[in-house]
Design a protein around this ligand. Structure first.
Ligand code: GLA
Length: 385
């Protein structure tokens, strides 16, 4: 158990009694690349997470250490200065501390040891967990009240600083998720609700293609966002009240089609239809219609592959393998794209043989070993006993 290792490492190396905080990763049932278009999303927070052992110190500095992925210790002075570091995670914490200093946030000295079991760059939002958990920890140690909405905004600002112009889906899912439930978020007004996703006789499985992405470096993510903004600008010439793709219709798209690039129009069409898939998924989940849920997953995947063009040949192979396997109702890649996991809805009765066969065929076709995880939906960021 990673949280126990972290707690005991903290106790051996630091003096004050630590508080343990868990920040989960997230999956997404449907609604990909809709969040930054003020659209709809249906994610959930998961059991895999990042654990932080934290306590105040009276040293005027924030000392952060991990002995898991990229072991390193970084000491940030309260004014933001720090020692030279190599680890990718240091960039996130550096950005967060800079933002908090800029906002004149009352920082206090803190010792922090963290680590977790979310695979990095796999579409499970390890960076949102890292950022939201760290901000939550700092504010706890500083006795400063902060809303979860504000934690989400600061975490998003840190991502933007590092170079990923992401929306708010990941941060909201990590902060507001609820055990056993999918989390429906309307990114236009940030209103949200919960919906149980248990379909009797069926199981959710994540398959990691083991193709890793780095969205902040891979500017393809940001390019998609620019395409969407280009369309909004053109539609605004006809309908000045429009502020995002959320309120753009397919008719609007055909009105501006001669003034925009074919690729931008194709991207916008995907986003409009993806919002509809979220609406459809809400309905079929509520009806408990597993076959229809599977169909929405598949439709979403192929739209990401052919229209938004954010999948890879390996992820397409995984989904195709599932389509030809008995007992797989549907699957799709999740997250920002260009690698990571698929989410699969499978019949529980042939789960083991189904998974085995999927991994075997994937290995034959790509020469890559995939991994799988049974999906368990857990609460959002919280103190951990
Ligand atoms: C990444 C981003 C999110 C969202 C997804 C795609 O995870 O951080 O804001 O855009 O990609 O749905």
């Amino acid at each position: 158990m990673i949280h126990k290792e972290i707690a005991s490492y903290f106790k051996e190396n630091y003096t004050n009694k630590p508080t343990i905080i868990k920040a989960p990763g997230r999956i997404n049932l449907i609604g990909e690349h809709t969040d930054y278009n003020e659209g709809l999303v249906l994610p959930a927070s998961i059991e895999k997470g990042i654990y932080f052992a934290v306590a105040s110190n009276d040293k005027n500095r924030i000392q952060v250490e991990t002995f898991l992925t990229q072991p390193e210790k970084i000491v940030f002075q309260l004014n933001g200065e720090h020692n030279i570091f190599k680890s990718f995670w240091g960039n996130y914490f550096k950005a967060i501390i800079e933002i908090l200093v800029e906002k004149e946030y009352p920082l206090k000295g803190m010792d922090c040891v963290f680590g977790g079991d979310i695979p990095i760059g796999s579409g499970l939002s390890s960076s949102a967990a890292l950022c939201c958990g760290f901000i939550y920890a700092i504010t706890k140690v500083s006795d400063k009240k902060i809303s979860r909405e504000d934690i989400a905004l600061i975490a998003q600002e840190a991502e933007h600083k590092i170079g990923l112009n992401c929306g708010l889906m990941d941060q909201y899912a990590v902060l507001f998720g609820k055990k056993g439930n999918a989390f429906f978020l309307d990114c236009k007004d940030l209103s949200h609700s919960y919906i149980p996703i248990n379909l009797e006789g069926y199981s959710w499985v994540l398959v990691n293609s083991n193709i890793k992405h780095n969205l902040a470096v891979d500017s393809e993510y940001n390019k998609r966002r620019v395409s969407c903004e280009n369309i909004v600008k053109q539609v605004q010439k006809h309908r000045p009240e429009i502020t995002s793709l959320r309120d753009v219709t397919l008719e609007d798209l055909s009105t501006v089609k001669n003034d925009v690039s074919a690729i931008d129009a194709q991207r916008a069409k995907y986003v409009i239809e993806e919002n509809n898939r979220v609406r459809k998924m809400m309905k079929v989940l509520t009806d408990g219609d597993a076959n229809a849920v599977g169909a929405v997953l598949k439709e979403g995947h192929w739209a990401m592959s052919k229209e938004y063009e954010i999948t890879t040949s390996e992820l397409d192979a995984l989904v195709k393998i599932g389509e030809n396997l008995d007992g797989v109702l549907g699957s799709r890649m999740m997250g920002g794209g260009f690698g990571g996991c698929t989410i699969n809805l499978m019949k529980t009765e042939n789960l083991d043989t189904g998974i085995k066969s999927m991994l075997k065929q994937y290995k034959e076709q790509t020469n890559i070993d995939a991994e799988y995880y049974h999906l368990a939906i857990d609460d959002g960021v919280k103190m951990f006993e």
